[in-house]
Design a protein around this ligand. Sequence first.
Ligand code: SF4
Length: 345
Amino acid sequence: MKNLNGNFYNPLFSHVYVERGALAYAKTREILARFPHAKRIIIDHYKDVFCRSRQDYAAQHRAQSLILAVKHGSLLYEGAPVCQSFGNAYFYYTSCVMNCVYDCEYCYLKGMYPSGNLVIFVNLEDIFAEVGERLAEHPMYLCVSYDTDLLAIEHITGYASRWIAFVREQNELQSGCLKIELRTKCAGRELWQKVPPHPGVICAFTLSPQAVIDACEHRTPSLEQRLLCAAEAMQAGFPVRLCFDPMLYCRDWEEQYDEMLAQVYAHIDMEKLVDVSVGTFRVSQDYLKKMRRSEPYSAVVQFPYQNDGGVYHYPTELMEKMERHMVERLSERIPKEKIFKWQET
Ligand code: SF4
């Protein structure tokens, strides 16, 4: 069932677990105030709840609990080979939130995490400090919305605004040193009015045909809502990227993706895009194994994928046909050098 408030999905957490160490943080108090009716449970470490064995991810995700925690150890990770670097040499990602309020059947988080609950790390400043240290060594391209959809919970955390302010500060100290990507399926347009744009903040919208959204991107905004949001971000001056990734197979995929592109062209000035990415669904074998156990009736998860070196993808011929089709169509509207097709390394 959708629980929509404007363009946001509003989770109704019945339980909030709070790490003892997170209690002193202002962000913890701020988030708790948003859920006055949720039962509060104090815990020693988020892993005591998040990493319990034999959890049912799908059931937990349907009725998510919230965990507020402090992140320790290294907070930056090098980009994974299945992810697109967009030609950036120093490609990193960071997770200030784990899991997502949306529920895409194909989401790799279902294979990666033992729990479907949402974890918000309240010590964002520590991540900023580590990014600052790394920037003293080299510039960075940093994805900050990989293991979640940060914009979808902006009304709860305010983290996207803080990342944008951080990018501005860092680039004032050293021009061009930090570029971030905020990837989203969100349609919350309030941010574009609230925060001034910065060329170092790429807003990347993942788009799918409406039939795919209806079938497997549960709780997410419609294609139309996402496009309105992307168009407004562009108008406000933010660099915008469109991600046709993952492309998903269905019987009439050519028709579906062509219809989607017609809708995209009706809303988006393609010449003003930073770039676009294209890639069919792929996932590591370990994640898919877990996803198949957790979602036995999901057509996208149960598809007979081909395994190459531990990565499952569509059979080569189909994969190439789908990606080629999309690249050819997009080339009619956008220069080839702005089309990034995912390639196995
Ligand atoms: S929006 Fe992204 S992170 Fe969220 S459930 Fe869908 S695929 Fe996963």
